[in-house]
Every structure is written in C-alpha cells, then in structure tokens.
Design a protein around this ligand. Structure first.
Ligand SMILES: Cc1ncc(COP(=O)(O)O)c(C=O)c1O
Length: 470
C-alpha cells in the first residue's frame, strides 16, 4: 500500500535536510507556506512536521517556527539567531552587535582591536611622515596586485619563523585578512557549495558565507583542543565539502590552538576528502610561547592549504594590510583581487615594509605579548571575583580575546542591552555562530588600556549578570 501523503512530505523534507538544503539550525518553511507550496492542507503539513519531530529531524520553537535539528554535528539545540526584539536577520543582528562593539563612547571590550598602546604607532607616524616628505609620488603610484615586492620579501622572511619557506611571488598582498579569506573562498567555491567552519567562529567568516551564498556546517571548536576533527571527518564523509576555514593558532573567540598532531591530521583529511583548508593565522604572531606556533602551510606537501593573515592585530588595523599564500589557487586569487580593488594602498604597504625591515617588530611583539599576559591575569582575576558562580573562562595562549561561559540561564542578549545602557560593550556569543548554542557566552577583548574605568566596567558587567540570576 502507498504511504500516506503526510509521510511522503516528511520523507521529502528529511531528504532535503540530508542533502544539506536545510542546514543544521536553519528554519524550515512555515506550515502555511509549505501548505501553499505543496498544495496540500495545513493539517497534512502539520502531520508531516509532527512526524519529523518524532524522527528527531526538526524541532518546534513556540512562536518562532520549525528548525532543523542536527544530532550528529551539534549535540545542542540549534536554531536561527534570534534577539529579544526579534525580526532581525542574522546579518542585521550581527551588524548591530558589531556597531556597538566599535562605539568609542562605551567602555569597550567588544571589537577585536588592540588598544593603540599595543601598536607601534610612533614608529609608523615617523615612517609615514618621512615617506610623504621624501617620496610624495607614493600618493600617485599604484601598487598593483600582487603588491609591493619589498613587503612580500619581508613577509617571506617572517614566515620562516612559522615554518614556511616561501618566495615573494608566492604571496599576494590583500586588504587585511578578511579580504584574504573572502578571496580564498571565492577562488575555491561556487555559490551553493558547502564548507566547514568552526563553531564558534570569527563573525567575518559567517558574513563571508552569507554574501558568497555558501552553505556552512558548523563544527565544534573547544577552548582546549580547537576544531573537533572526529566531527570534521564525519562531515567530510557525509557531505561534499569544498573548504574548511580554520584558525589553528589562537582561535577567535576561543583562543584554542590545535596540537601539532591535530594540525597534521587536518592536512591529511583535506587531502583525503578533497577539501581545501583555508588557514586563518591572524593571531599567530601573538602566541605567548617562546617560539611562535608552526602553521599548517608549513607542512602542506600537497599544496592543499591556503594561508591568510594580516598585520591588523599586531601593527596597524587601519592600514588594512594582509596577505594570502594561495598555492595552486594563487592565479585565481590574484585575478579576483585585481578585479575587485586593482591595487593596495602604496603608502601603508611601504610603511609596514620599512617597519619590518628595521628589525623593531620582534621587540615590539615580545613586549606586547607580555602585556597581554598581564592583562589576561588581571581580567580573569576580576571575573573570578565578580561574576556569578558557574562562570568559566578560556585560557588563551596568545592573542587578546577571552571567551567567557556564563551560567546557562543567563540571557546574553538581555545582558548586552543592559550593558550598553550602562555604557559597557562586549560581543555576545550569538555573534559567533548561526545557531543559538552560544546564548550564554561572551567574548571580551583584554588588549585594552586597563584603568579604574575599565576595572569598574567589568565589575559592573559581573553585577548585571548576577542580577539576572537573582
Ligand atoms: C580570526 C580573524 N580573522 C580575520 C580577521 C580580519 O582581520 P583584518 O582586520 O586583517 O581584515 C579577524 C579580525 O577580527 C579575526 O579575528
């Protein structure tokens, strides 16, 4: 006997979920919409949805609709980003959060931007002044893609520390690391392709996924061991994955660093399951270890890793100087870069090349890393003393970002709104995933100038958090 209509509909939707048309956490069409689309009654769709709930494929959320469950990739409940004032799209919410994390009138723990005291501003000021005085033609000369040869030479020298032997021609200068990531994704994927991203991940990756019309499978990134490679393997076996975007060193926001063994396994999986690894190493030089961590690209014998980085976290975010080592995708990346921006500012490339050449960078990094470690101790001390019991923090070994897990009944969006009212900004965990699993997490930037105001702001945040629980 033929199976009933509602069962056929349920099978069809379940198939779409398996095919990755509806991703984990995605909202599926409402009952009314499906009824119209499929020209069946509302009651039939309701029966189908109820069957899918029984099968554990979807989950109903009161007044929100039906959302795809994913028991394999995410053991936690997942659904679209929602805020207390709802009706905002993921992107709109993210933009709103990012705006407040950049507002200088607030006590700022938000954007991942180091305070100017941790950047070599004075040296750059002198260098830029000298360049403008002595080489005014720098304003009229285009530095076409792939960018300044001298800068690429300096980068090749620096990358020896990360284990990479490169020629300047292996390197393309980009407008920061974000540009490098987007160019890499453009070179590797087509709209509709599936990629793997870390969960939580840097929000710029979520935005790139959205504008490039990609599907993303979020894979757990733990604060201790980074990306879960067992889940990555499972995803690679079940889906046709084009790329995996990963930050192996000092991940944003968790601070996690993959072990040497895990790095090798990741490269191996990329080769075996035929996906390109897009390595984001933007915090790599800020490692607290005596010797900076090796990068994936250093052990990429099959040329299957694209390496992206920038000087935004260590020299000058506003200069917008990053780079990409594209390997077999280099020509394609350079083509996209050329078409999109023709050239990268000559002045900032030259100023950074001069700064790297004069040897002051390593001294600057050594000092900054010590300052960040001191700030980290101070920040965690305040959190331990002033945040509710049940709060825990990541233990970053580099960078300047702290991932804080609050008690699970804290509503981080309500906390965010209250904090803004009290003149304090941070980034809520919801900005780091398309699912709601980080609804009681916050990310704090501790690369700040600590003074009484910032001390008090962090203590107030702890109090606001505690008040929510009372
Ligand atoms: C992990 C990660 N990748 C890339 C970027 C973007 O870097 P840039 O400012 O150089 O574009 C950031 C900035 O916060 C980041 O945290």
């Amino acid at each position: 006997m033929d199976s009933p209509l509602y069962e056929k509909i349920a099978d069809q939707i379940e198939h779409q979920v398996h095919e990755g048309i509806f991703l984990p956490g995605a909202k599926i069409p409402s009952v009314r919409k499906s009824s119209k689309q499929m020209e069946v009654s509302v009651a039939t769709v309701l029966q189908a949805y109820s069957l899918l709930e029984d099968r554990g494929v979807i989950k109903a959320r009161p007044q929100k609709g039906y959302f795809v469950q994913d028991t394999q990739m995410q053991s936690v409940e997942s659904h679209d980003l929602v805020t207390s004032d709802t009706d905002v799209t993921d992107l709109a919410l993210l933009q709103r959060l990012l705006k407040s994390s950049d507002d200088e009138t607030l006590a700022q723990f938000g954007a991942s931007v180091p305070n100017s005291q941790f950047l070599p501003i004075r040296q750059l000021q002198r260098s830029v002044g000298r360049l403008m005085r002595l080489e005014p033609e720098i304003c009229t000369a285009y530095e076409f893609t792939p960018g300044s040869l001298n800068l690429r030479r300096q980068i090749a020298i620096r990358m020896l520390d990360a284990g990479c032997q490169l020629q300047p021609d292996d390197i393309t200068i980009t407008l920061g690391c974000q540009n490098a990531l987007v160019l890499s994704l453009q070179a590797v994927t087509q709209p509709g392709d599936t990629i793997v991203i870390e969960s939580p991940t840097y929000h710029g990756v979520l935005q790139a996924v959205e504008i490039l019309n990609l599907k993303a499978i979020e894979i757990n990134c733990s604060i201790d061991t980074g990306l879960d490679l067992a889940l990555l393997k499972m995803a690679a076996k079940e889906h046709k994955i084009k790329a995996c975007v990963v930050t192996p060193n000092n991940q944003n926001p968790t601070g996690a660093t993959l072990s040497e063994k895990a790095k090798k396994t990741l490269i191996e999986y990329g080769n075996k399951y035929k996906f390109t690894v897009i390595e984001d190493d933007v915090y790599g030089e800020l490692s607290y270890q005596e010797k900076r961590e090796r990068v994936l690209k250093a052990d990429d014998l099959d040329d299957n890793v694209i390496y992206c980085s920038s000087f935004s976290k260590s020299i000058a975010p506003g200069f917008r100087i990053g780079w990409v080592v594209g390997g077999k995708f280099q020509t394609s990346i350079e083509h996209y870069a050329y078409v999109q921006s023709l050239a990268i500012p000559t002045l900032t490339q030259t100023a950074i090349a001069n700064f790297l050449e004069n040897g002051a960078y390593d001294r600057h990094l050594r000092k900054t890393r010590l300052n960040y470690q001191e700030n980290l101790r101070h920040c965690t001390k305040i959190i331990t003393a002033h945040f509710p019991i049940g709060t825990s923090c990541s233990t970053p070994n580099g960078g300047f970002l702290l991932w804080v897990t609050l008690p699970s009944n804290v509503n981080v969006m309500a906390l965010h709104n209250l904090a803004i009212e009290n003149g304090i900004a941070f980034l809520p965990g919801l900005a780091f995933s398309r699912t709601s699993q980080f609804s009681h997490h916050i990310r704090l930037n501790y690369g700040i100038h600590w003074d009484k105001t910032m001390d008090n702001a962090l203590k107030t945040l702890g109090k606001l958090c505690q008040n929510q629980l009372n």
